[in-house]
Design a protein around this ligand. Structure first.
Ligand code: F3S
Length: 399
């Protein structure tokens, strides 16, 4: 692998021990994946922020990198933390967890990482342009950046994303290269795809097929005629969760689709496939729901407006978390949506979400419109789930 004199200087420790460790990580990854050289990145998104996932070992590593003088060389944003930084007590997050979560955030801050604590950085300023090389972790955001924005990133882990932040580069392999962005499977959709649960179920149905046919497949998905921002972020989260996918093409919707023709290998997703995918995420009876959440991935301002309008004059009867980023919450505050939602008894869980917060064992059954949240509520927290439409989730919260 060819390294520039500047990259060799990083390896020699001339920029401090943290930057040296970062370049060692990237050079090792580059050798493993056969990269010829490093490529500069314009931005980084780091996942692995919740103390619930990191534990003391993860926190110790971050603290060591901060103490070693690590400094972000490019604009770097952060995935959700394990709690609302301002409002954690109201969400039932214990004080000892909050202390440790603050230590994690302090380590990132010391390294010049912007502690946005959101999985939708593209909604508030970390918005890569078409063709731009970036190094992002957070699988839903990676898929959105590659497929919807046409930026170029591999599916980084937390450590490799931090390494890219501290050096401003990443090895040139995988989705940074033209040849790996070609679709290899034509997926013809013969089912009605209208709302987030439909897109989530579609992501699961295709994702399951990708898993059974081998990793790193890029699907070329036809016959989906319309998708808004919210549908696409929901689809990306689901396709990445169930299929491990980091890129797809959808003619008429995603920007690189026109560069390719449908691959010869093909499969069809039928209405039955979609219904089966939905059924597999629905194992809770309506009467069992004791936790309701919207915002996986984090909500847009438009979605928060919809919640505020739907909750007008109503009272929620269950724990109802509205999960979003701090910048979007700021706009919701200004527009009066926050006040309307909180008056109805729902709670903002800003900076966090129902998956990364330490809530295992607190709730029996979750209702949400997110296939990804259903999967992790079950796998991580042992919770039952119901996948409902956005409006039905709100209705469930007020039932
Ligand atoms: Fe984001 Fe949490 Fe879902 S990080 S994609 S809201 S699991």
């Amino acid at each position: 692998m060819h390294l520039t004199p500047e990259e060799h200087a990083y390896l020699a420790g001339e920029n401090g021990p943290a930057a040296q460790k970062a370049m060692q990580i990237l050079a090792t990854l580059g050798r493993i994946y056969g990269a010829q050289h490093m490529i500069p990145v314009r931005s980084v998104q780091i996942a692995g922020v919740s103390y619930d996932n990191l534990g003391e070992a993860g926190l110790a590593w971050l603290s060591e990198m901060a103490a070693g003088g690590g400094q972000a060389q490019v604009f770097t944003t952060l995935n959700p933390a394990g709690m609302d930084i301002e409002n954690y007590q109201q969400l039932g997050i214990p004080e000892d967890f909050a202390i440790n979560q603050r230590r994690v955030l302090a380590a990132f801050e010391a390294m010049g990482v912007v502690t946005t604590c959101s999985c939708t950085p593209y909604l508030f300023g970390n918005l890569p342009r078409f063709g731009e090389h970036i190094a992002w972790s957070e699988s839903s955001a990676v898929c959105y950046a590659n497929a919807v924005l046409g930026a170029r990133t591999n599916r980084e882990g937390g450590p490799s994303a931090l390494a890219a932040a501290l050096t401003g580069c990443t090895p040139a392999y995988g989705y940074h290269l033209d040849e790996n962005r070609r679709p290899s499977l034509h997926v013809d959709v013969r089912a009605q795809i209208r709302d987030n649960p439909d897109f989530g179920a579609l992501g699961k149905a295709i994702g399951d097929q990708l898993q059974s046919r081998g990793a790193n497949r890029v699907p070329y998905i036809t016959a989906v005629t319309d998708a808004n921002l919210e549908n696409l972020k929901s689809f990306c989260a689901s396709l990445a969760t169930f299929g491990g996918a980091a890129l797809f093409h959808m003619p008429g919707i995603t920007p690189e689709a026109d560069h390719f023709s449908p691959p010869s290998q093909s499969m069809t997703i039928t209405q039955d496939d979609l219904d089966l995918a939905k059924a597999s995420l629905n194992n809770a009876e309506p009467g069992e729901i004791d936790f309701v959440s919207l915002g996986c991935p984090h909500l847009t301002l438009g979605e928060i407006q919809r919640i505020a309008q739907a909750l007008a004059g109503k009272q929620v009867t269950k724990e109802f978390w509205i999960t979003t980023s701090r910048p979007v919450k700021g706009m919701a505050d200004r527009m009066g949506y926050t006040a309307l939602i909180e008056r109805a008894g729902a709670k903002f869980a800003t900076d966090t979400c129902c998956v990364v917060a330490p809530i295992k064992g607190r709730f029996k059954a979750l209702a949400t419109d997110s296939a990804k949240a259903c999967y992790y509520a079950s796998a991580k927290n042992g919770s039952k789930t119901r996948l409902l439409s956005f409006d039905d989730v709100i209705q469930e919260a007020t039932r």
